[in-house]
Design a protein around this ligand. Structure first.
Ligand code: GDP
Ligand code: MG
Length: 601
């Protein structure tokens, strides 16, 4: 078959759904129907490869799959499906996978309805003029409300309810029809075959034998084994060691053609050398323009990691390096702390991202580092000109050098029921949120738009939101830039000594309150010692809050019954001396979890 005819039979699509709405389960059914995986080899949620994903039931890393499908219309189609991550921390990955396809399936749980993050992804798909096919899932469940959910979708997207599919990924009802609709409605790719190679990198993985493997969509031209290729943004060259398709495991082919989705193994040893969103072209016959939409992903949440035992420093470094091979959005640099010795300052895309890293270090490397309080990165304009990015309190310049402090802000979209509007509004007042707009999606369902400082959103906000709304709220946020803020450094002194890892950068108007909260909280979570401990919060040397943890008095005289007062006093004296000695030796033993817990309400 000639190439043009073949390109006409390609359909590239992905599934957009909120976490748990059934994306992976639906993908499983597609794999079965197309015979890509034999039924007896089928495991549930096959495309979620990380054990962590299976356990938490969320998709972290996308896994593309090519399905060859003989349709009842007599044609042999190539269906490339990309399963997208659903969480806001990974929204850039979502945007790149959307850029790699011509159509999407919007999947909505019939018991839950539309969610804020899904809407955000959907907006990206609309912006790129993708064909959107909608389906209400889980109609087998007794509490499914397909009619209501269809009404909601129809209002949101301005489409007819009759165009919305009703399916069950679990039982398979309606799934074949949905796949036929994908073939009918999603356009075939249109790239020029004889143009110089242009391939969009929408993901990358690391393989210890094949090096960095770029997951690509060929937009124009084609790519062959042994060809020299160039990463246009990174301005680096490599050789195609191998290329091929995802079935879903890697299956080698001599060439990948225009319109196809596949992989290119590069042999490169650094995952950072291949960036999501980059354009691959041919070194010999390079394309003139880079594909649009490339973005350097910036970490938004920072925290320091220290080994609990100084001897484990190398182990931690090794673990981080290995994890970064599969996670190019993880960044870290060495850090030295008086209290904890040598560690690493790490940057994350969000709290979930950080949590996943912590969990993976534990599972895959058996390391449980101490993790300090997460913080956003601030921008400080200096009096002598120039900006400084501050992502650790130690980097905060002296107040006399600061011309203006700035903190990152986000645009927030909260989808909920109108009855919870009041509660959410007061929650956002406390989070320094600025109200923007309310949109009514249906009579009961609303979309609230706010702007708020990112620092208010990263710790407890989502948990608070869930409890206020009994779980009936979903949240999406997007960075919109920096805004002026009066920043100060808040220090915590335990038994008179500043504990570096508890220092934070905060906005001035909240500093006293945060200081009070932290010492109160520390009083609760630092275990009592044999001597009393003072807890102080200080701003620029001025104490703004104080609490004391009273001494734990071990009853050393307990076994002496009877009235020998002198012996009793002697023992108490001895105890006093011992406490003094301990106090003099200075160290208050602060268990590692304290640093993480101190901010949680
Ligand atoms: P994802 O997070 O969107 O990938 O969702 P999953 O495919 O992992 O599904 C989330 C949960 O919903 C799992 O427990 C599935 O078994 C369940 N589920 C998915 N589709 C259906 C369905 O059509 N009917 C029912 N009853 N359960 C489903
Ligand atoms: Mg999934």
């Amino acid at each position: 078959m000639n190439q043009e005819k073949k390109q006409n039979l390609i359909r590239n699509f992905c599934i957009i759904a909120h976490i748990d709405h059934g994306k992976s389960t639906l993908s499983d059914r597609f794999l079965e129907i197309t015979g890509t995986i034999e039924k007896r080899k089928m495991q549930e949620q096959l495309l979620d490869t990380m054990s962590l994903e299976r356990e938490r039931g969320i998709t972290i890393k996308m896994q593309p799959v090519r399905m060859d499908y003989k349709h009842t219309d007599g044609n042999d189609y190539i269906l490339n499906l990309i399963d997208t991550p659903g969480h806001v921390d990974f929204s850039y990955e979502v945007s790149r996978s959307i850029a790699a396809v011509e159509g999407v399936i919007l999947l909505v749980d019939a018991t839950k309805g539309m969610q804020a993050q899904t809407l955000a992804v959907l907006e990206q798909a609309q912006k790129q003029n993708l064909v959107i096919i909608t389906a209400v899932n889980k109609i087998d469940l007794p509490n499914a409300m397909p009619q209501e959910v269809k009404k909601e979708i129809s209002n949101l997207l301005a489409i007819e309810e009759s165009e919305i599919f009703e399916i069950s990924g679990k039982t398979g009802v309606g799934v074949k029809e949905l796949l036929s609709e994908v073939i009918r409605k999603v356009p075939a790719p249109t790239g020029k075959e004889d143009a110089p190679l242009k391939a969009l990198v929408f993901d990358s993985i690391f393989d210890s034998f094949k090096g960095v493997i770029a997951n690509v969509r060929i937009m124009e031209g084609s790519v062959k084994k042994h060809e020299r290729i160039r990463f246009m943004v990174q301005k680096s060259d490599a050789e195609v060691l191998e290329c091929g398709s995802f079935k879903p495991n890697l299956v080698e082919r001599a060439e990948i053609l225009t319109g196809e989705i596949g992989y290119i193994a590069t042999g490169l040893k650094e995952i950072g050398s291949v960036r999501v969103g980059d354009t691959i072209t041919s070194s010999k016959n390079p394309a003139l323009e880079i594909l649009s939409g490339y973005k350097m992903v910036q970490p938004v949440v920072f925290a320091s990691l220290f080994p609990q035992d100084a001897d484990d420093h190398e182990l931690l470094r090794d673990g981080l390096l290995k994890l970064r091979l599969n996670d190019s959005s993880l960044s870290f640099e060495p850090e030295q702390s008086e209290a904890f010795g040598r560690g690493f300052r790490c940057g994350f895309l969000g709290m979930l991202h950080m949590d996943i890293l912590r969990e993976r270090l534990k599972r895959e490397f058996n390391i449980e580092p101490l993790i300090t309080i997460p913080s956003v990165s601030y921008n400080v304009k200096l009096k002598n000109g120039g900006d400084r990015l501050v992502y650790s309190p130690a980097q905060m310049p002296d107040p006399t050098q600061i011309d203006e402090g700035q903190e990152p802000y986000v645009k927030l979209e909260i989808m909920t029921r109108s009855e919870y509007m009041g509660g959410i509004m007061s929650l956002l007042d406390n989070a320094r949120g600025v109200y923007k707009d309310t949109q009514y999606l249906t009579a009961e369902k609303i979309l609230l738009l706010y702007e708020a400082p990112l620092s208010e959103i990263i710790i407890d906000f989502f948990d608070d939101l869930k409890s206020i709304t009994s779980g009936y709220a979903s949240l999406n946020y997007e960075l919109i830039g920096f805004k002026k803020a009066d920043l100060v450094r808040l220090d915590i002194l335990v038994a008179g000594e500043q504990v570096e890892a508890l220092s934070r950068v905060v906005v001035k108007e909240q500093a006293n309150e945060v200081g009070k909260f932290m010492v109160l909280k520390l009083k609760d979570i630092i275990p009592r010692q044999l001597f009393s401990i003072s807890l102080q919060a200080a701003i620029g040397g001025k104490i703004v809050a104080r609490e004391d943890i009273s001494a734990m008095r071990k009853d050393v005289t307990g076994y002496l019954y009877g009235g020998d007062v002198t012996r009793k006093n002697k023992l108490l004296d001895k105890q006093k001396k011992g406490k003094k000695k301990m106090k003099a030796s200075g160290k208050v033993n602060i268990p590692p979890e304290v640093y993480f817990k101190v901010l949680k309400k």
